[in-house]
Structures are given as C-alpha cells and as structure tokens.
Design a binder for this molecule. Structure first.
Ligand code: ADP
Ligand code: MG
Length: 462
C-alpha cells in the first residue's frame, strides 16, 4: 500500500529531523551556559534576559502568619490563602480558588484584566473562615506570581516586558503590574498590600527551599517553560545596586526565549512560530511546553493526511483548526496501553471527528506523539544540564555538593513519558558521578504557595 508506505516514510523523516543525540544535547547545554553568562554580563547581552528577581532571602521554614498569593500565568489564575505555623507546623491550613480567564480578557485591556482579578480576590477574602487569622492591626499581604517577563527594580514592582502564552494586552506592556493590581484592589475596597512580585519559577524555588535547603534550581514545564536559580551576587556584572546581605540573588532566566542553531527545528515548528502571536520569540518554549506540543502534533498529522491520506481520502476539517489538540490529549494517546489503541481511536474521534481509523494509523499517531514529546523532554534536560554546569556541576569536575532541581508544571507532573525521558536524559548528560549529587523533585504549586512564602519572607512587618 503506497499511501501507508508514504506515511511511514514521513514518520521516519520526522524522527530524523527531531533527533537529539547526546552530543547535540551537550552542545545545547553548553550554549545555555554561554547565554547565561552573557545575559548576566549586560542588559540585552543575550536572548536570555536573566532577570534580577530582587528575592535575596528565600523561606527558611520559620515563617508565621496568614499570607495570600495570586497566581497568574496560564489559562487560569488562582487565589490562595496560607496559614503558616512556623518551624514545626509549617503550613497549617491553605485554601485556594481557581478561576478561568475569559478569552476576551486575555486580549483586552489592562484595566479589564486587573479589574477582573481584583474582583475575584475580593470575593475570596470576603468568604474567609475564622480559622484564618491576620495578626492584629496588620494589613493583609500578598505574593503576586506573574509569570511573564517583567523588569523589576525592587521586590514589589516591575514593568511588563512582553506577553507570552496567548496573552496580548497592549496597554499593559511597559506598565507596572503591581501598581495596576493595587489600583484595581483599591477600586474594590480591598485593603491588601502586594509585598512581592515574583515569577512562578521563583515561587517554585521558594516552595522547594521551604522544605529542602539544597533546592537551587527551579524549572516550570507547564503551559510555558522557564527556569530560575540562585546566583552569587558577585557573578552578576550587570547589577550595580547594593549587594544583598545574603550575597545571593534569585535569577529568573526567561529561558523560553533560548535559541540555538543546534535546536532540532522542523518545518512544523517554523510554521507554528510564524503563525503564533510572537513570531521569532520563545523558540525553545515552542519546542517544549504544553501549550505547543499538541499543535506541533496536529501540524504533522495534517501533512500526513494531505500527502499520505492518513485518515482516508478526505482531510478531516478539524485537523486544520489551530490548537485543537492539546497537550493532555497527546498524553492520553501516548499512554494508551490497550492492545488495539482504543484511547487513540476515541481521542481521534472526539477531537478530530475521525472515525474508523486502522490500527496502523493509530500506531503512527502514537509514534508522532512520542517523537514530539521525547524531543521536548530531551531539550528540557539539556537546559537543566546547562544551568547545573553554570553552577559548577560538570561531568569533568564534580563538586560534591547536593543539588536539587524543583520542577513544577502539568506537563512534567502528568506526562510520565516526558518525565521519565527528561530524568534519564539529564542523568546521561551529567554522567554517573555528577548524577549522584543531583536530584529532581516535583515541587507542586510553587507558583501558589511559593508566592505566599515569599510574601512572608519579605513581609513589611519582619
Ligand atoms: P501553568 O503553566 O498554566 O501554570 P500548569 O502547571 O497548571 O500550567 O499546567 C497546565 C498545563 O500543563 C496545561 O496548559 C497543559 O499544557 C499541561 N498539561 C496539563 N495536563 C496535562 C497532561 N495530562 N499531559 C500533558 N500536559 C498536560
Ligand atoms: Mg503554574
């Protein structure tokens, strides 16, 4: 069957163009390290912004009191309250509420966005139980996780550099997002102070540190991807301010914007980028993160439908709809262990309106999911290896210090193939000796609880 053979050939071709052998991944890790140096040396010195977070004290575990967090960075935002009990008790109680952001707000005006957020926050505070207690006479304090590139000048201020991940609100670019939020809270009559503006990576680092003082790197693998780590203040030439007491500063890398000629970029990635809201930007993120994986797969399947009649002699119209396949669809098809790939059949039917797929077709769909997912995991591992190298974890010169990488995000948490592939690749890149000192942990909800913890460690009353 000529069509089947053509389809198989296309899968092989995809496999070849996506291939990321260890040698290539090592070069990517090196390139990441080089870019990190360049980004720390001067403003605009690299595609990696290497942003100063102004977080110079990470939580110790002793923090006490009631703190709030607001997490904005994906399709949902969340509000949280966390009652901290100090050394032994840690988190005594927490509550949160998740709200999905209406699509028109994601591309509307700044006033609408922050107005919407502040009104949800006000409702959340109004519904508070008595088991949550602010210390007498104190103002409520909030950590604001805003997971977009922001240029900060202090712990509680920062201007938006650009939107990513499907947001596009022009009048917010260049504005101080803390001022915007504060103004919106005032309008709601909500007496609350934003004590820290952070990125979800920084929150993840804080959340990890709260329980394990060896956490030095945090990575997000969810809708988007990014990383943060603890840098010595002396290693940041572009910083001319006062050195913090701790001698350290958390750096938000904004690594999603990484790019290198060694990245295995295909025609599908190029088309996705060109048609995206931010062409030419966030190239690494577009190869890795959950927002894009499904659409890369869709583009591959569309070409296979056009050139090899993968789904019969007509092309399923839904296959032309951008972002109709999502990363959790890819996960479930990819993890289908039924002998006849029943889940794949169901997903194809539900998402693409394709019925009566042959076993061969389903198998090829799984292969495509596999190739795209593994490439993502391997590239993420290369990035982590690069950061660890910058921190002195080099296979050729192991410094015998335990390092923990805290990872948060739905892609890492829920796609087991992705998770396993990332961990295996990272070990291979670090080598046996260095691997013994590196641990990867799932740090759940750094962007939520982590933000409340930083609000506590930077409280106006402490
Ligand atoms: P965010 O980056 O928006 O904070 P989360 O960490 O909450 O994201 O993770 C949600 C994202 O994770 C989704 O947008 C999706 O890309 C990805 N995701 C969710 N569920 C799965 C899944 N089962 N398999 C793979 N990816 C998933
Ligand atoms: Mg998140």
């Amino acid at each position: 069957n000529a069509k089947l053979a053509r389809a198989e050939e296309m899968v092989e071709e995809l496999e070849r163009t996506c291939a990321s052998p260890l040698e290539r991944l090592r070069q990517l890790a090196d390139a990441m390290e080089v870019e990190m140096h360049a980004g720390l040396a001067s403003e605009g010195g690299s595609r990696l912004k290497m942003l100063l977070s102004y977080v110079d004290s990470l939580p110790t575990g002793d923090e006490e009191g009631l703190f709030y967090a607001l997490d904005l960075g994906g399709t949902n935002f969340r509000v949280l309250r966390v009652q901290l009990g100090g050394k032994e008790k840690h988190i005594v109680k927490q509550e949160s509420k998740e709200v999905s952001i209406p699509p028109h707000i994601m591309i509307g005006s700044s006033g609408e966005l922050f107005g919407f957020i502040a009104s949800e926050l006000a409702k959340f505070v109004a519904a508070e139980g008595e088991e949550f207690q602010v210390f007498d006479g104190r103002q409520r304090e909030l950590g604001f996780t805003f997971s977009f590139p922001v240029r900060q000048s202090s712990i509680a201020s920062g201007t938006l550099i650009k939107w990513t991940k499907g947001f596009s609100i022009e009048d917010a670019v260049g504005a101080d997002v803390v001022e915007e939020l504060t103004a919106a809270m005032d309008k709601q009559g909500l007496d609350m102070r934003v004590t820290a503006l952070i990125n979800d990576t920084v929150g993840t680092l804080a959340g990890g540190r709260y329980y394990d003082q060896d956490v030095t790197v945090a990575v997000i693998l969810g809708t988007g991807t990014n990383a943060a780590y603890v840098e010595k203040a002396n290693n940041i030439p572009k910083w001319h301010g006062l050195l913090p007491k701790s001698g350290e500063m958390v750096i938000n890398m904004e690594w999603g914007n990484f790019k290198s000629s060694n990245l295995p970029i295909t025609e599908f990635d190029r088309a996705l980028d060109e048609e995206s809201l931010n062409p030419g930007e966030q190239i690494y993120e577009k190869l890795i993160s959950g927002m894009y994986l499904g659409d890369i797969v869709r583009r591959v399947l569309l070409k296979m439908a056009e050139e090899a009649e993968l789904f019969g002699d007509t092309i399923p119209p839904k296959l032309r709809v951008p972002f109709i396949l999502r990363s959790h669809d890819i996960s479930s098809m990819h993890h289908d262990i039924s002998p006849d790939l029943k889940v794949v059949a169901t997903k194809l039917k539900e998402n693409l309106g394709v019925i009566n797929t042959s076993f061969e077709t389903r198998k090829m769909v799984v292969q495509v999911c596999d190739i795209i997912t593994r490439r993502a995991a391997q590239l993420a591992a290369a990035g982590i290896a690069g950061v660890l190298k910058k921190l002195g974890m080099d296979p050729s010169s192991v410094n015998h210090q335990r390092r923990v990488v805290a990872i948060d995000g739905g892609l890492f948490e829920r796609n087991k193939v992705f998770k396993n592939c990332l961990e295996r690749t990272l070990s291979q890149l670090l080598g046996e000796e260095a691997s013994r000192f590196v641990e990867v942990t799932l740090a759940n909800d750094g962007s939520g609880v982590g933000a409340a913890l930083i609000a506590a460690s930077h409280s106006q009353y402490s």
